[in-house]
Design a binder for this molecule. Structure first.
Ligand SMILES: *Cc1c(COP(=O)(O)O)cnc(C)c1O
Length: 413
C-alpha cells in the first residue's frame, strides 16, 4: 500500500455548485441571520464581473487572470462573465480546476519551474499549449515531456525575463526570470520548436509606478533585438495596483498608456500584447467578516489572522478598510479609533497592526467586515492550530473601498 496522502488546497470542485438565489443577500442580513463564529468570506460577483469587463475592454491585447490570486469557483465564474477567457495557471491543480469549469478557456502555464508530470498532463489532458521557461533546463524539459506525447506543432514558449528590483510593494525580481543574455539565447534556442514565441516579465505585485512597465518593455526590446528572431507575444505580466486605506494608485489608464507607448517603441506591429492581472481584477471582490472574541485596550482578538485570510495584513503590514457590524441593536459610537488585531492562533506573530479604523465602542461579540481581501486573502488559509474553517457567501454589497479610482471624467465641451 502506498501510504502517501495528497492534500489539495485548490479543490473547490469537490463541493457541488450551489444554485444561487437570483437576488444575492446583503452582508448585514447574512450576519444577523447566521451570527457566524467562523470567518466568513463575502464574495461580490457583480463587482468582479464589472472590474474584469473594465480591464478586458481597456487592455489592448489578451487579458489572462492569474488564478493563484483567488481560485474560488464563484470568482472564476464572475471573471468569465466579465469577458475573461484566458487563465494564467501555475500548478496542475489550477489547470484542472479551470479546465473543469470552462472547457473552452485558454489556459497558459506560466510557472517557470514545473514538475515533469504537470507538463505532460497539462499538454495531453487539458490542452494547454503555452508554457513559460526561464532556463535552458526548463526548455529541455518541455522538449522531452511534450515530444513524448506526440507534439502537434502548436507549442507556445514564453521566456520570462528577470527585471532589476523595482518599486513594487512585493518584489519578485530575485526568484524568477532569465538575465538578458541568457534570455536572448533561450529565445533563439526555442524558436525552432515554437509555433508562438514570446517574452514575459512581472514588475512585482501592487506596483504603483506606471513607468515600471515602460522600463521593463525596454528590457524586453533589448533582449528581442539581441536574439534576432521574430517574437509573437509580449506579456507584461501582473502587478497592477489597487487602492487600500493608505494607498491611492494612479488610474488604470496611466498604466495602459505606458504599456502602449512602450510596446509601440519595440516596433513589433505583428506581436500580441498579453497581461496577467490578479490583484487588480479581484481585490475589491471579497471581504471577510471576523468576530471579536476579546477586547484589550486598542487590541482586538478576532477569529481570523495571518494563518487565515489576513496574511498580508500581518507579514506585509498591509492596511485594509474595515467597518463594524454590532452584535446588538445599540447605535455604534460616532468616535473612530485605530485598532490592531490579534489572530486566533497561539503564535505571537499572528498579529495585524493595521491600524483598522473602527467606532471606538467595539466590544466582544461584534463583527468586523474587512474589505479589499478578494486578492491574496482566502487563498492563504491554512489549518494551523485547527483554525481551518471559514464560510463563503455571495453577496450584493458594493466593495468597502473602490479598488481603483474612477477614470477622470472628461469635461463637457
Ligand atoms: C502572481 C502572478 C501574477 C499576478 O500578479 P498580481 O500582482 O496579483 O497582478 C501574474 N503573473 C505571474 C507569473 C504571477 O506569478
Amino acid at each position: 500500500m502506498n501510504a502517501l496522502r495528497v492534500r489539495s488546497a485548490v479543490s473547490p470542485l469537490r463541493r457541488p455548485f450551489l444554485a444561487q438565489p437570483v437576488v444575492l443577500p446583503l452582508v448585514d442580513d447574512v450576519v444577523a441571520t447566521n451570527r457566524p463564529e467562523e470567518p466568513m468570506h463575502c464574495l461580490r460577483p457583480a463587482t468582479i464581473t464589472a472590474t474584469a469587463r473594465e480591464f478586458v475592454t481597456a487592455f489592448p491585447g489578451v487579458t489572462m487572470y492569474a488564478v493563484k490570486c483567488n481560485p474560488e469557483p464563484a470568482v472564476l465564474r464572475a471573471l468569465r462573465a466579465g469577458g475573461v477567457s484566458h487563465f494564467d495557471c501555475a500548478s496542475i491543480n489550477e489547470v484542472t480546476l479551470v479546465r473543469q469549469m470552462f472547457p473552452d478557456a485558454a489556459i497558459h502555464f506560466m510557472h517557470p519551474v514545473k514538475a515533469r508530470g504537470a507538463i505532460r498532463e497539462a499538454w495531453a489532458r487539458h490542452g494547454v499549449r503555452d508554457f513559460v521557461v526561464d532556463s535552458a533546463e526548463e526548455l529541455a524539459k518541455l522538449g522531452q515531456e511534450i515530444a513524448a506525447t506526440a507534439i502537434d506543432g502548436d507549442l507556445g514558449v514564453i521566456v520570462r525575463l528577470a527585471l532589476p528590483k523595482g518599486g513594487a510593494r512585493l518584489d519578485l525580481s530575485g526568484k524568477f526570470g532569465a538575465a538578458s543574455d541568457d534570455a536572448a539565447t533561450l529565445l533563439r534556442d526555442a524558436r525552432p520548436h515554437a509555433a508562438r514565441l514570446g517574452v514575459s516579465f512581472h514588475v512585482g505585485s501592487q506596483c504603483l509606478d506606471p513607468l515600471a512597465w515602460r522600463r521593463a518593455l525596454a528590457v524586453a526590446g533589448q533582449v528581442i533585438h539581441a536574439a534576432g528572431v521574430p517574437v509573437e507575444i509580449v506579456d507584461v505580466g501582473g502587478g497592477f495596483p489597487v487602492a487600500y486605506p493608505d494607498v491611492e494608485p494612479p488610474p488604470l489608464g496611466a498604466f495602459l498608456a505606458e504599456i502602449e507607448s512602450g510596446f509601440e517603441a519595440l516596433g513589433l506591429p505583428a506581436a500580441q500584447l498579453w497581461a496577467e492581472p490578479g490583484r487588480a481584477l479581484v481585490a475589491g471582490g471579497a471581504s471577510v467578516v471576523v468576530q471579536v472574541q476579546r477586547r484589550r485596550g486598542d487590541a482586538l482578538y478576532v477569529n481570523d489572522g495571518v494563518y487565515g485570510s489576513l496574511a498580508d495584513a500581518g507579514t506585509l503590514g498591509f492596511r485594509y478598510p474595515a467597518r463594524l457590524i454590532p452584535s446588538d441593536d445599540r447605535r455604534e459610537s460616532a468616535a473612530k479609533h485605530g485598532f490592531s488585531l490579534f489572530g486566533p492562533t497561539c503564535d505571537s506573530a499572528d498579529a495585524m497592526h493595521g491600524p483598522f479604523i473602527l467606532p471606538a465602542d467595539v466590544t466582544d461579540g461584534d463583527w468586523i467586515e474587512i474589505g479589499q481581501l478578494g486578492a491574496y486573502g482566502g487563498c492563504f488559509r491554512t489549518a494551523f492550530n485547527g483554525f481551518d474553517r471559514a464560510r463563503i457567501v455571495e453577496v450584493r454589497d458594493l466593495p468597502l473601498q473602490h479598488a481603483r479610482p474612477a477614470e477622470p471624467v472628461p469635461m463637457a465641451a
